[in-house]
Every structure is written in structure tokens, then in C-alpha cells.
Design a protein around this ligand. Sequence first.
Ligand code: AMP
Ligand code: TRP
Length: 347
Amino acid sequence: MAENEEKLTETRHERRKRVFSGVQPSGSLHLGNYLGAIKQFVDLQNDNDCIYCIVDEHAITVPQDPKELRKHILDLAALYMAVGVDPEKSIIFVQSEVPGHAQLGWVLACSSYTGELFRMTQFKAKSGGKESVGTGLLVYPVLMAADILLYDTDIVPVGSDQKQHIELCRDIAIRVNNTIKKTFVVPDGRFMKEGARIMALDDPTQKMSKSNKNIHSSIALLDDANKIKKSIMKSVTDSEGIVRFDPDEKPGVSNLMNIYSVLSGESLDSIEEMYAGKGYGDFKKDLVGVVQKALAPIQERYNEIRYSEELLTTLHDGAEKANSIAERTMKRVYDTFGLGVPAKIVR
Ligand code: AMP
Ligand code: TRP
């Protein structure tokens, strides 16, 4: 036990911070995914040990076409690399390639309560109005906690919609540490301030989402120049006609300003100044240019990587590295819970 505690203390203080995050391979990524989560992945990789996962086991909490899922896994891996996640610096891998996720998921399911899972707003939103709801959807946050705790993670960069799941992960880790034995590093969420919540272009009271049926509701990272233009020009604003940041009164314009600001580096104040006395038409036209310019190099790299052998090699290497960390944690976890065959005969 002393040795175990020592290891955890050392993990916390002497190594670089460990960063872990995951995205589901469920179709194309949009600007919300990019600005709310994945952009941080790239920023964090120089000063931290980063692990970025393609969470295919989370994806099957809702029905998937197996052929499509396999494609989406490669799509997402290529997109990670296209936005700048560098396999020389970060581990990129597919969740189901590392058995520890499912193994730890089960152990943590036995350390969590159904009450806390039923309380999750994402579960309520996804299960609401349905007659039968898959068990996976309910235990989804437990698997997410396993993803994070498996790597002694310090920091989890995610969109602000994941706050509640991070809290649950912390609660479970603290519960095991306090009631059985200190086993887990308790992680912190890192939520991007600007861009943490990108709203739908056709309805700025809803967040931009993969599941929205209207194609002009979101901008996918792989949208072509014409589609980007159409979606932005069609986006919902208001009748005031002044480019001013006010998320409560002017959610549409504020959302567009937010996108403009994070992609161009201009502050919200300077955007207000730039468009003083001009209408929404000019502002939207320039935003089209800003978005096209930001996405073009990502799309170019994506097309180079997506069908290359390098992609498969990266994922195999990533899984191997992830697995060697995960196996060490699982030894510790099985020891904490008293699972498995002991090293020598016990009476
Ligand atoms: P998902 O597509 O729901 O698996 O989300 C992948 C990541 O993108 C998560 O970290 C989410 O929090 C983030 N994300 C999804 N939609 C948005 C949005 N509209 N604005 C900001 N972040 C988002
Ligand atoms: N639940 C996250 C989402 O929907 C995806 C995810 C799964 C994740 N496991 C994770 C994010 C671990 C961060 C860390 O976006």
C-alpha cells in the first residue's frame, strides 16, 4: 500500500501533467467539436503527456452500422491528425483496442449508484420520451470515468456540456480512494472559455450538434467552401442590425462573433469596432472568409492522411502505448478490489 501511495504521489508531482480526452466516432465533426474540445488538444500537447482516444465503445450506446462505424473511426483519427494532433507528441488510439477501458468500466459500475446515473442531464436528454432505453446509455458516464482514471489523468479538455460527467468521474474516484484504498488520481476538467459552447446556426438557443437534421444548422470541418458560405449567410440573427456581443439578447449574432473571434484571434471588442456602422451582411461575408481560411488547411491535411498506411500504423502504435499504461493501472485496481489470483498463496 505504501508503494502504491508513493506511486500516486509521484505521478501527481514529478511527471508532466497527463491529459486525456475522447471523441465519439459518430459522423463528421463540426465547429462546436473543434472549438469546444479538439482545438485544446493541440494546444496542450507541447507541455503535457497527452492521450487522445476515439471512443468507439461509447458510440455503440446507440445503434451503429458496423461498416460505417469502422469508417468513422478512421475519419476521426485522420481529423485528429489534420487539426494538428501529432503522433510524435501524443498518443492517438481507439478505445476498444485497449481492454482496460471495459474492465475498469465494470469495476467502476460497481462503485457508482444508479441514482447518480439517472440524474445525468445527457442521459435524460437522450432517453427522454423513449419506451425502451439501452443500458449502455445509462452507464455511459461510468465508461467515460474509466477512460479517464485508467491513465492517471490530471486534465480532461472537453466542451462545457461534459462538466457533469467529469464531476461524476471525480466523485467515483474520490469514493474509491476514501472507502477502499487510494487508487486513482482525481482529474480536473478543462473547459474552453470562448467557444466552449457553439450554438446552432439556425437556432442559437440550441447547441450545434451532429444530430440536428437541418444541414445548415452546423458547419462540418470537412464542409466545402460553398456549403460554409450558404450556412453562414442563412444563419439566424436579429432585427437590430448592430454587430454587438450580447448572448442573452442577441444569441445569433453573439454566436457568430464567438466563432469569428476564436478562429481569427480578434477580440470581441475589436470585432464590434470593425463592424460599427456596418450591417450583418458585411459581417457574415467576412465570417465566411474567416471560416474558409481556417478550415482549408485542415481539409488538405485530412485528404493526405485519411487513406494512408501511416494512419493504421499510428493507431496500432497508439494502442500499444496506451495498453502498457492501462495494464499497470488495472493491476493496481485489481489489487485494491482484491480481484484475481494473488501472487502467492494466501490463507
Ligand atoms: P460529441 O460530438 O458530443 O462526442 O462531442 C465531442 C466533444 O465536442 C465534446 O468534448 C463536447 O463537449 C464538444 N462539443 C460538442 N458539441 C459542442 C458545441 N456545440 N459547442 C462546444 N463544444 C461541443
Ligand atoms: N462523453 C464525451 C462526449 O460525448 C466523449 C468521451 C468519452 C470523453 N470518454 C471520454 C471525453 C473521456 C473526455 C474523456 O463528448
